[in-house]
Design a protein around this ligand. Structure first.
Ligand code: NDP
Length: 254
């Protein structure tokens, strides 16, 4: 369907070498976009690229450490130079440190805030002139249930995920005049490396998630292919500054 067609579009996905980022990259690739996945882990990137190439996509991996401002700016610039344009930015890279607030060090606080929130600002700012030049663009920030709920063991994570939602809304307002739509996705509990670690650390987590999720299952990275295409395509051209849960009903269950 033309409305969802992403041929000739170029997408840059931070943390697109695995998990939810790869699930989104695969959706964008299947809709015809050229994809740059960016991250640190090259082994993961190789198998991610194999999956993207199997979909017939033009795809490559770029080294990125989102903790470094220059790395963010260079990776975005490389994408625009290599493909001559940049249409879609997915701010997906993320991490967490599971501790009670009183036990966190300043370094741990900064690690989570800089990875999850500040990097999205750097990448979006770097992408902006390229999107203006292309006549518009799409930015998708990955939030969390922690954008709206709270947890005693996720203080910087929840702060960063609340922040990335407000960052999306602020950029949406600022850049609507440039035909750039900025939205957030709020994943529920998704089976990835990140939550595999959580399940090891927090006893009974898996059972609690299943009991609290109306869909009665954990989400999978592939559950993010459709929302990525929707928010990256002309189908969402009048939708900006919003946050869409992809959570099997987690956020509406009392
Ligand atoms: P993964 O651990 O699979 O993915 C995280 C990605 O972030 C990795 O690809 C990783 O790349 C990248 N990343 C982390 N730190 C850096 C860094 N310093 N520089 C570059 N890349 C970095 O977990 P998910 O797929 O679950 O997480 C993706 C996003 O979804 C995160 O923002 C997370 O907070 C969010 N989310 C996840 C939920 C879940 O249930 N899984 C729920 C709600 C939100 P590399 O391995 O190369 O470092």
């Amino acid at each position: 369907m033309t409305m969802f067609d992403l041929k000739k579009r170029v997408a840059f996905v931070t943390g697109g070498n695995g998990g939810i980022g790869l699930g989104m990259a695969k959706g964008l690739a299947a809709a015809g976009a050229s994809i740059v996945i960016a991250g640190r882990n090259k082994t993961k990137a190789q198998s991610a690229l194999a999956e993207l190439h199997a979909l017939g996509a033009q795809a490559e991996f770029v080294d990125l450490d989102v903790l470094e401002e220059q790395s963010c700016r260079q990776a975005v610039q490389h994408t625009a130079d290599r493909y001559g344009r940049l249409d879609i930015l997915v701010n997906n890279a993320g991490t967490t440190v599971r501790k009670q607030p009183q036990d966190l060090t300043a370094q741990e606080w900064r690690l989570v805030m800089d990875t999850n929130l500040t990097s999205a600002f750097y990448c979006s700012q770097a992408a902006y002139p390229h999107m203006v030049r292309a006549g518009g663009g799409k930015i998708i920030n990955i939030g969390s249930m922690m954008s709206i709920f709270a947890s005693s063991y996720a203080t910087p994570y929840a702060a960063s995920k609340g922040g990335i939602l407000q960052l999306a809304r602020s950029m949406a307002v600022a850049w609507a005049k440039d035909n750039i739509q900025v939205n957030a996705i709020l994943p529920g509990w998704i089976d990835t490396d990140l939550t595999r670690k959580a399940r090891e650390q927090v006893q009974g987590l898996s059972e609690r998630v299943l009991a609290r999720t109306p869909a009665q299952r954990w989400g999978a990275p592939d559950d993010f292919a459709g929302i990525a295409v929707f928010l990256a395509s002309a189908a969402s051209n009048f939708i900006t500054g919003t946050a869409i849960p992809v959570d099997g009903g987690f956020s509406v269950q009392t």
